[in-house]
Design a protein around this ligand. Structure first.
Ligand SMILES: Nc1ncnc2c1ncn2[C@@H]1O[C@H](COP(=O)(O)OP(=O)(O)O)[C@@H](O)[C@H]1O
Ligand SMILES: O=C(O)C1=C[C@@H](OP(=O)(O)O)[C@@H](O)[C@H](O)C1
Ligand SMILES: [Mg+2]
Length: 193
């Protein structure tokens, strides 16, 4: 049996669609997405990186030069393009799923996973970073709390919800894989996840 998987080893996941991570700033979409892609042997793409590449400037510069509305339009175009590619792991920016057009495209073309996190966890992860323009418009913790109120009911429309807690990122990645497996299983057996 050398080189054979153990009898109880889970089978590799076969993903019919791109897995798109949604959630608030600091939820770990970028960090978990990268690990998830490596674990699943899939390409990884971060929509924010693609926007920066396409625009030739940082997200902060984009916001300064053109404003949030233009950013959402660029984000919409970039995500639409990425969703035409073969299945992969796609980390979106926190506002992407709030855009009705982007959201309906993601619902149609991707398996969406909401990384849900509590305020203190989010704040702890974002407080030392300065590259998120929305968090520089006032007190970052208050902004996050307000965005939680506005966005959590919408993020809840995602196919799968996984709690992103103050545990090692590898553990959260495992939980996403388990949740994906359960969801795909329920789809084939006709149960609800
Ligand atoms: N358990 C964890 N899950 C996800 N990120 C974590 C975790 N622990 C620490 N971090 C760190 O928190 C930050 C999360 O930010 P990021 O992945 O950019 O979030 P998002 O893309 O959702 O805004 C990263 O610097 C990451 O390394
Ligand atoms: O929540 C948002 O509206 C945003 C989140 C950011 O991405 P992360 O969620 O990856 O930080 C980035 O897209 C931009 O600063 C706007
Ligand atoms: Mg990110």
């Amino acid at each position: 049996m050398d080189g054979q998987p153990a009898m109880d080893a889970p089978s590799p996941l076969s993903l019919p669609r791109t897995v798109a991570l949604v959630g608030l700033m600091g939820a770990g979409k970028s960090a978990i997405g990268k690990r998830l892609a490596a674990r699943l042997g899939l390409p990884f793409v971060d929509a924010d990186d693609e926007i920066e590449r396409a625009a030739g400037c940082t997200i902060s510069e984009f916001f300064e030069r053109y404003g949030e509305q233009e950013f959402r339009a660029g984000e919409r175009r970039v995500i639409a393009r990425l969703l035409e590619e073969t299945p992969r792991v796609l980390s979106t920016g926190g506002g992407a799923y709030m855009d009705p057009e982007t959201r309906s495209l993601m619902k149609a073309r991707a398996l969406t996973v909401w990384l849900r996190a509590e305020l203190d966890v989010l704040f702890d992860r974002v407080k030392k970073r300065t590259h998120r323009p929305l968090l520089r418009q006032g007190d970052p913790k208050e902004i996050l709390a307000r965005l939680m109120q506005q966005r959590y009911p919408i993020y809840a429309e995602a196919d799968i919800v996984v709690d992103s807690t103050a545990q090692p990122a590898e553990r959260t990645t495992e939980q996403v894989i388990d949740a994906l497996r359960a969801h795909l299983q329920s789809q084939t057996t006709g149960q609800t996840a």
